[in-house]
Design a protein. Structure first.
Length: 132
């Protein structure tokens, strides 16, 4: 299931792949994206738990022997907690979404540059997630 994307041969700059579906609410994914300076990757376990009228989303980096590190790509650590529910103001077309996330890139990227890149990536990923 694991595929390394060769960024120099015209592939997209973001790669997201299901590694294992553990049960209906837990899956393991591989995520890689390219910045102008480095390729960054993580393997993380996602948990989705419904609660009341919303859902909690938890993602944490995990190490797996079937997804080795590559020397040319920086292995990052990711810890994310989020809660989403229909908006009380406009529940038919709007979500209230709260997220707390921590990304450790091992010091390989200046913080100001990283904030700019992550803002673009998160907007694109969130749109793709909710459009699907």
């Amino acid at each position: 299931l694991y595929v390394l994307v060769d960024f120099d041969k015209g592939h997209d700059s973001v790669h997201f792949k299901l590694i294992e579906k553990i049960d209906d609410s837990t899956s393991v994914f591989y995520f890689m994206f390219k910045t102008p300076l480095y390729g960054l990757e993580t393997t993380h376990e996602n948990h989705l738990k419904e609660k009341g009228d919303g859902a909690f989303f938890i993602a944490e980096s995990v190490e797996r022997p079937d997804v080795p590190e590559y020397p040319e790509i920086v292995r990052m650590k990711m810890y994310l907690r989020a809660f989403a529910r229909p908006s009380k103001i406009s529940p038919s077309d709007t979500l209230d979404f709260t997220e707390l996330s921590l990304f450790n890139f091992g010091g390989c990227i200046p913080a100001s540059f990283l904030n700019m890149v992550l803002a673009q990536e998160i907007n694109r990923d969130a749109k793709a997630m909710f459009d699907s």
